[in-house]
Write a protein that binds this ligand. Structure first.
Ligand SMILES: [Ca+2]
Ligand SMILES: [Ca+2]
Length: 485
């Protein structure tokens, strides 16, 4: 069985190589296209991952069941801009200094390193691919020149009601409730329809096509029919431990503090916790439906047998488990993401439990399409995992701010902060990361074995990348800005 899979994979790789002029040419061999679907702020609450019991994601589940589901995939930064900059540049945040939000036009500004980077769509473009994109791919849409055919990014995170429905804090779009009336008024609906039209067209070259959906990013607004999928009486709340922070170092609490977001205590007192969960689930099911439109369009197209599909979310999301709502922490709720590949025809079907990184997507896509590896990539191709046993001690790293790293394998999470403070969790007995074991001398060897993987470079904050809603980093980045002056 394994041998058979290896042969199939080799054939796929060879077909790519032939096309790129690296092997014998054959008119019968078709080039492999890439369809990349990204989702904004989708945590691990998708049906196939089994984290949250009642969520309805039939389309993402279908893709996972027809393809390769990574059950232990993690973002490199727990916030949109830096996570996407890392994935699309192939470089860690600690290498580029992009730790905070950054505008697309500033990605390269003032950095010799970033000037030399070929972003993932550019790499395909330089190798003869037609690049096509719509929606939120990078933090905004995409830097100039990445997409030959661009559908742009429509209406930010809107549409917006005249007045906020539930939450009115400045500096965040956070709000929840049924709005607007029709799917067709939602940006993601338009992104899905635009992508469908692209898949219905005849393209003269192999394509790299990307669609970036923005829900379930706040505001948690979606038409009422998506709320109606869930019975409010049956919505379960995630676990919460009011004294969970008692065993945390001070810096960890500062990093987790989000001034603009509801706290779990507030959500409990106001009775809004269930409503927030309900709205998040509605947005997840809404965006799942849009994913289905794109997958169906591919299935009905001439590209169904020669297109690789990859689906990812840029980071996770906390929904009250750790005292608040939001991302921007170094715990599982913020770092774990759905990651699914589907090879042409869906011939490889499996679940891979090894810890992997979104950084690995870039080299994996080059490997699967038979393009030359990009030596600048810091991630590793995941393609060998389709035929080899998993390495359960492999480590995935998430970085937030300079020199704060969270490392996770299939047994432990170890967090090491800039001031030397630590957290350590035994995920096999404590998947909720409640009991900080970092003071246990018996576990020193575990910490040491994970610390080997720490990035060797801890770049200074890139000047243009200092906007975050986290007060701790807002303060420190302002200080470092002053120092620079
Ligand atoms: Ca995001
Ligand atoms: Ca705790």
């Amino acid at each position: 069985m394994r041998r058979f899979k290896r042969i199939e994979l080799t054939m796929i790789l060879l077909s790519g190589l032939w096309l790129m002029g690296c092997g014998p040419t054959s008119k019968k061999e078709q080039p492999l296209n890439v369809l990349m679907i990204s989702i904004d702020d989708l945590n691990d609450w998708v049906g196939v991952l089994g984290t949250y019991p009642n969520v309805k994601t039939p389309n993402i589940d279908r893709l996972a069941n027809e393809g390769i589901l990574f059950t232990n995939a993690h973002c490199q930064a727990p916030i949109c801009g830096p996570s996407r900059a890392s994935l699309l540049s192939g470089l860690r945040p600690s290498t580029t200094g992009i730790y905070g939000q950054i505008k697309d036009q500033n990605l390269r500004k003032g950095s010799t390193l970033m000037e030399s980077v070929l972003f993932l769509p550019e790499y395909f473009k330089n190798n003869g691919y037609k690049t096509i994109g719509v929606g939120k791919i990078f933090h905004n849409h995409a830097p100039e020149g990445n997409f030959e055919v661009s559908g742009g990014r429509i209406a930010g995170f809107g549409p917006r009601p005249e007045k906020r429905i539930k939450w009115n804090k400045e500096g965040t779009s956070t709000d929840w409730g049924a709005y607007p009336q029709e799917d067709s008024l939602m940006s993601d609906y338009n992104y899905a329809q635009w992508t469908k039209k692209q898949l219905e067209q005849k393209h003269d070259r192999p394509f790299f096509m990307a669609v970036g959906f923005i829900r379930p990013h706040v505001p948690w607004h979606a038409p009422k029919k998506w709320f109606d999928l869930y019975n409010p009486d049956k919505i379960t709340l995630p676990s919460y431990l009011p004294n969970d922070f008692d065993d945390l170092p001070e810096i960890s609490k500062k990093v987790a503090y989000k001034a603009m977001m509801p706290t779990t205590d507030w959500a409990i007192e106001s009775g809004e916790w269930k409503n927030i969960i309900h709205a998040y689930l509605a947005c997840v099911s809404f965006v799942d439906f849009q994913v289905g439109i794109v997958l169906d369009a591919l299935q009905n197209s001439i590209y169904k047998n020669n297109t690789i599909v990859v689906l990812w979310s840029d980071h996770g999301y906390e929904l009250g488990e750790k005292g608040s709502f939001g991302k921007q922490t170094l715990w599982s709720e913020s770092t774990r993401v759905p990651l699914i590949f589907k090879l042409p025809g869906g011939k490889e079907k499996m679940k891979i439990h090894q810890a992997v990184e979104l950084l690995d997507i870039y080299p994996t896509l080059l490997d699967l399409t038979g393009l030359d590896a990009n030596p600048a990539n810091e991630g590793e191709t995941l393609a060998p995992l389709f035929t080899k046993p998993n390495n359960l001690s492999a480590v995935a790293i998430t970085t937030y701010g300079k020199n704060n790293h969270s490392m996770v394998n299939n047994h432990y999470r170890y967090i090491l902060y800039e001031d030397g403070s630590e957290e350590l969790y035994d995920l096999q007995i404590d998947p909720g990361e409640r009991n900080n074991l970092s003071q246990s001398l018996a576990l020193d060897p575990v910490k040491k074995s994970m610390a080997i993987h720490l990035p060797r470079i801890n770049a200074e904050w890139k000047t243009e990348s200092n906007h975050t809603i986290n007060e701790y980093f807002l303060k420190t980045s302002k200080q470092s800005k002053k120092k620079r002056k």
